[in-house]
Design a protein around this ligand. Structure first.
Ligand code: ACM
Length: 768
């Protein structure tokens, strides 16, 4: 037999290595380490492989115990933690003051036939090395023994502030739910939980000196309280004991919890608890609304002392060097209208309300500084001047960070909409709640925290970046998980990995293993980036009785496989290679598979019948011209399920059915939901468009060729009854393709209406 050619041997070896996940590109670690090199032979971790720490090193022991528990939970391998030195192959975690790493968070990790060795100077670095070891032990498939490729890793983070903000004010997470998020942060090497604890809709932190903050301020009465599944009152708060436990839990995972107490705006729950803190003297309710509210703290001495008392208790609970005092969205109407506040402005020698806010923030900054803490605030704190020591969190885009860094302030980037996790993950109609435009996994991955406008000295003020999980539309942990994951992976890589090692395609290749880790931990990640969209030209299909089907997914990743016979697609189904034709009616079922054949997303199905092609779901209907605000909400603000959802525009209650083919159409059916209009829009309220109606509760008007066009139908909205109802009415015969405007003429002081589905019904009454 002839010897195989040398090149062929290499090629075969390459394929074998790929199959075992041991090639140079397949270290399934997220965030990608700073340096990875491959050499030598792999190591197989078995049940007998111990995790070894130096005798008496309590820090290494803690880390080893954590690693063993994580491996047991996610790989079903029960490894013993032992004190060394020991002979034989092992996973060794060791601290060494001389370790060749850049800082306390750095580590090296080596895989050789003798085992896995993690070395760091400090416990934090050891912990991050252990996380990397865990990821090497949890590739996409399998449980039990695992072969780990031979690697040398030298790693440390790019940024010191790698954050996630959690809004526990709009919706409340239990302490265990907060811990679930802390666990995931730790597994992603994120190290700051910015905890938004007070807002107009709830005060969530127990303050012993002021019990009404939680007796009153932690509870709100939802719209439709007690009806339609809404609770009679919604709320909750964290006791000081619970907070101490959460802070300790975070600290064990090398996460600092930075508390935020928002002021001088977003203060309605505080004013509801103690009206004397407010400007008007009146007691408002704790707000059941979303948006920007008018309630500000006043600025008299007792209120400043109240806030200092609160900060005393906050500082006792949170060892964080940083305390966040908000500062965002304080519309100044109440200060402008108050003679007492105006007198205070004069007495302090200030010019206006912006300077008053700046004075107020300065008071808080000075108090924190006197207690050895640093103030962080949203970028509005730059308006009117801010203490030099303040750290600025840029949320209104990146301009705040640029201005602040140029003035010598430290900055954290958390710009809307790029790093706002309440922006939906995709435009898909099967998404749950959130705002649009969507921010894809790729867009979060691409975020660069150092604005190019900064020179090197200014760039040194960029502490890092943070994604913000606002929870107005995230009533349960499942909603939060859907919004956070897997974008947390993209965030982690933007925060940790040096620019030169960041690679979107490499990241996609490492993600299937991470999705398996989520599944092993029951994390309800969104599969939006990989869900297959089944696209057809509706009108061409209706005209010809055949559809040309195009398949794609947002990430443009994976092998797309499909069926047209109603069966669930699998690795054995046809591979999508380009648009294909089907005769109507048909059902296309499609899935994206990772290179190893594991599904990247649940299969998605689309019915291709005349009836289905003549109807549009909520998310397929466009906004009417004039306002691009889009929000996907559930029928009630505190829903405990994930569906149904309705896409609405709170500024203009109107949807556009684009390119409707009207030949043969005799009627329209609209599945409609009456939704609470619980939004406070502050100065933007003037932008809400009113459409005059003919009855007190208004109608759904159907207009031809846009919203000023001929009125084809006017379907009265029911005065009472169920909040989900179907409107149906005749349409006069029209030919050709037209945009239909679906316009609600209901009063803008009343409910909003959402459309679940709008369907055009043919003369023959039939679906085919
Ligand atoms: C913010 O989104 N209001 C900081």
């Amino acid at each position: 037999m002839r010897k195989p050619h040398r090149l062929l041997c290499l090629a075969l070896y390459g394929i074998a290595a790929l199959a075992h996940g041991a090639d140079a590109t397949s270290v399934d670690v997220i965030p990608m380490p700073a340096q990875v090199s491959h050499a030598g032979q792999a190591f197989t971790v078995e049940t007998q492989t111990p995790i070894v720490v130096d005798a008496g090193d309590a820090a290494a022991r803690r880390t080893a115990d954590y690693l063993a528990a994580l491996i047991a939970r996610t790989r079903h391998l029960r490894l013993q933690v032992k004190e060394g030195p020991l002979a034989g192959a092992a996973i060794v975690l060791t601290r060494d003051a001389q370790a060749p790493v850049a800082n306390a968070e750095g580590y090296t990790l080596d895989v050789t036939p003798r085992g896995i060795r993690v070395v760091a100077r400090e416990e934090a670095g050891l912990f991050y090395g252990a996380i990397t070891a865990w990821q090497l032990l949890t590739p996409a498939r399998g449980s039990g023994d695992v072969q780990v490729p031979a690697v040398h890793i030298r790693d440390e983070p790019r940024f010191a502030w790698r954050g996630l903000m959690l809004d526990s004010a709009r919706h409340f997470q239990t302490p265990d739910e907060v811990r679930t998020l802390l666990d995931q942060m730790a597994q992603h090497k994120l190290n700051v939980l910015h905890w938004h604890l007070t807002d107009d809709q709830g005060w969530r932190i127990e303050i012993k000196k002021y019990p009404d903050l939680t007796r009153i301020g932690a509870w709100r009465t939802p719209p439709d309280a007690g009806r339609h599944g809404e609770p009679a009152r919604y709320g909750g708060f964290y006791t000081q004991e619970q907070i101490r436990a959460i802070v300790a839990y975070a600290s064990e995972r090398h996460i600092t919890v930075v508390p935020e107490l928002d002021m001088p705006g977003h203060a309605q729950a505080a004013v509801a608890s103690y009206p004397a803190l407010g400007v008007t003297g009146k007691r408002p309710p704790v707000s059941p609304d979303w948006g920007v509210h008018p309630y500000l703290y006043n600025v008299d001495e007792p209120t400043v002392h109240f806030l200092e008392d609160v900060l005393d208790e906050v500082m006792a609970l949170f060892p964080s060097p940083y305390i966040h005092i908000g500062g965002d969205e304080a519309v100044k109407d109440q200060w402008q209208a108050s003679p007492a506040v105006q007198a205070r402005i004069k007495a302090l020698g200030l010019k206006n309300e912006e300077q008053l806010q700046s004075w107020f923030i300065g008071q808080m900054g000075a108090y924190l500084a006197a207690h050895g803490r640093r103030l962080v605030g949203w970028d509005e704190i730059l308006e009117g001047g801010v203490p030099a020591s303040a750290t600025v969190m840029s949320w209104r885009g990146t301009q705040g960070a640029i201005d602040a860094a140029k003035q010598g302030h430290d900055v954290v980037l958390s710009p809307a909409p790029q790093l706002y996790l309440d922006q939906m993950q995709s435009d898909r109609d099967d998404e749950t709640t959130g705002r649009l435009p969507s921010m894809s996994l790729e867009s979060v991955y691409a975020f660069e925290a150092v604005p190019k406008e900064l020179d090197a000295a200014q760039a040194a003020h960029v502490l890092g970046l943070q994604a913000n999980m606002w929870t107005e539309h995230m009533p349960t942990l499942r909603h939060v998980e859907h919004a956070v994951f897997p974008r947390m992976d993209a965030l982690a890589e933007a925060a940790w990995t040096p620019v030169a090692a960041r690679d979107w395609h490499g990241f996609l290749g490492r993600l299937p293993a991470q999705l398996a880790r989520y599944r092993a931990q029951d994390i309800a990640y969104a599969d939006s980036a990989f869900a297959v969209s089944v696209e057809v030209d509706r009108n061409a299909a209706i005209e010809s009785g055949r559809a040309t089907v195009t398949l794609s997914n947002q990430a443009r990743y994976g092998n797309l496989r499909y069926t047209t016979d109603g069966s669930v697609p699998s690795a054995a189904s046809p591979l999508y290679a380009g648009p294909f034709a089907v005769a109507l009616p048909a059902v296309v079922n499609a899935v994206a598979l990772a290179p190893d054949g594991t599904p990247l997303a649940a299969p998605r199905q689309r019915q291709l019948s005349l009836a289905a092609l003549r109807s549009m779901g909520s998310g397929e209907l466009d906004n009417c011209p004039g306002s691009d605000f889009r929000l996907r909400v559930q029928p009630t603000p505190d829903a405990t399920s994930m569906a149904p959802t309705y896409l609405v525009n709170v500024f203009d209650n109107c949807r556009l059915y684009r390119a409707a083919r009207l030949d043969g159409i005799a009627a329209i059916r609209v599945d409609t939901a009456r939704l609470p209009r619980n939004y406070q829009l502050a100065h933007d309220a003037r932008l809400v468009v009113a459409h005059p109606g003919h009855t007190p509760q208004g109608e759904l008007e159907v207009r031809l060729d846009g919203c000023q066009g001929e009125r084809l139908a006017s379907l009265p909205l029911p005065a009472g009854g169920s909040d989900a109802f179907t409107l149906q009415g005749a349409l006069p015969p029209r030919q050709g393709v037209h945009d239909l405007c679906l316009l609600f003429t209901s009063p803008i002081t009343g409910p909003l209406y959402g459309i679940g589905e709008a369907a055009l019904l043919p003369t023959d009454g039939g679906a085919r």
